[in-house]
Design a protein around this ligand. Structure first.
Ligand SMILES: [Zn+2]
Length: 190
């Protein structure tokens, strides 16, 4: 996906994350902090490509990562999402003046990139170091670049129009045990 598509998709994701109250800080936090936090990390996984928007500016970091893991390698996996989430929420940043909702939004921004890349035919190695790539190829930026932009804008419109106070758990049938696991995960992230 292009950098522009990632920006729009991340914006939509952060709006959804706040409206769906994915964590208490996101539910109660400042809109500005959440939007900026999500946008800030939405291109971070592509640090593994020296020609990406971020890679061009941080070549000293991008080139070694590209050589070690290749493009769409470890940075596009559960392992990287878990690592970034732990790093961001484990105290290094949360003990600073940085608002906690900003940190949670940074995690949402990172995840939004991985999800968006999964929508392209190239897919992503979600279970890295297991190399199999996972994809739901509803977008094809090289063949239909306009459709990618239209899709991202549509997701953004849905996010903006989505009403407040309608949690996804109220819409779906979710067992108590899953609810309990979700509550536990939310508490760990605080
Ligand atoms: Zn990517």
């Amino acid at each position: 996906m292009t950098a522009g598509g990632h920006f729009i998709f991340a914006l939509a994701s952060t709006i959804f994350a706040k409206k769906l109250e994915l964590s208490p800080p996101l539910a109660q936090g400042n809109w500005g902090h959440i939007i900026i936090g999500g946008i800030l990390t939405c291109l971070l996984p592509d640090i593994d490509h020296p020609k990406s928007l971020l890679g061009q500016r941080l070549k000293w970091l991008s080139i070694p990562i590209a050589k070690l893991f290749g493009h769409r390698g470890i940075t596009h996996s559960f392992l990287a999402i878990a690592g970034c989430s732990l790093l961001l929420s484990s105290g290094l940043l949360s003990r600073t003046i940085i608002p906690i909702e900003f940190i949670h939004a940074m995690i949402v921004g990172y995840i939004s990139h991985v999800v968006a890349d999964m929508l392209t035919p190239a897919g992503i190695p979600l279970l890295w170091p297991y190399r199999r790539r996972f994809c739901m190829p509803i977008l094809n930026p090289s063949k239909y670049p306009k459709w990618e932009r239209i899709f991202c804008v549509l997701v953004l419109v849905c996010a903006v129009l989505y009403p407040f106070d309608i949690l996804i758990s109220n819409k779906l049938w979710i067992t108590d045990s899953i609810q309990n696991i979700w509550q536990w995960a939310r508490n760990v992230m605080i």
